[in-house]
Design a protein around this ligand. Structure first.
Ligand code: BG6
Ligand code: MG
Length: 215
């Protein structure tokens, strides 16, 4: 295909923030007396903040009112933003910056398509903002992945047809979102888990223009 735009998920594709999400959810779970493990944390990848909280409350069999849930999610986010505000450019995943440069030099547009409402600060702290033509994140969408809204908005903003776009995703819900939007999807992670993707690589350090154009 003749790729016009690449749309990147953030957490798990460009940076590894899962550890910060885990630490802050774990702190909240501990306060609530809920046993929340790293294994459970896998279920939160690609999932919105409020849905993540629901999953943790389900694990602990704990019921909270809507207002209490808002307060708990806000508390977690305060701890999370304290951690990501200390992120460094060295925390960008291997090959991510280089691949962004490669596609941009090839005249391909770049968009961010993330569920996070904190993408702005993460891109700023890691010096990545300048590599994106457009940023669509949790502040711009109403429907969570696997709904394709975030990626369709990204394609539209860079004036590309969905069929000319390639999505990069580490979460199953994100892969489903890209495919539902009519885009090609590269899974970042393990082929046995991300088997719906058109191609799976272990990281952006394993991507090149040749692989992109043969999608
Ligand atoms: C996604 C992460 O990118 O963003 C999820 O994979 C996270 O784990 C979601 O819950 C929302 O992030 P935030 O920063 O808005 O709480
Ligand atoms: Mg992700």
């Amino acid at each position: 295909m003749n790729v016009k735009a690449c749309i990147f998920d953030l957490d798990g594709v460009i940076v590894d923030t899962a550890v910060y999400h885990f630490k802050s959810w774990k702190r909240l779970a501990d306060e609530l007396g809920i046993n929340f493990t790293e294994h459970d944390n896998e279920r939160l990848k690609g999932v919105s903040r409020m849905r993540s909280l629901e999953i943790i409350l389900e694990i602990g069999n704990v019921t909270k009112t809507e207002a209490e849930q808002q307060e708990l999610a806000a508390r977690k986010n305060t701890w999370y933003t304290e951690m990501i505000s200390k992120m460094k450019p060295e925390e960008v995943l291997p090959g991510a910056r280089e691949f962004l440069e490669l596609v941009r030099n090839a005249g391909i547009k770049t968009a961010l398509g993330s569920a996070s409402k904190n993408s702005g600060i993460i891109l700023e702290k890691t010096n990545l903002t300048k590599y994106f033509d457009v940023i669509i994140d949790g502040n711009h969408v109403t429907k969570a992945k696997p709904d394709p809204e975030v990626f369709l908005k990204g394609a539209e903003a860079v004036q590309a047809q969905p069929t000319d776009c390639v999505v990069f995703e580490d979460a199953i819900a994100g892969i489903e979102a890209g495919l539902a939007g009519g885009m090609k999807v590269v899974g970042i992670g393990k082929p046995e888990i991300l088997n719906k993707a058109n191609l799976v690589v272990s990281g952006l350090d394993k991507m090149d223009l040749n692989k992109l154009n043969t999608l």
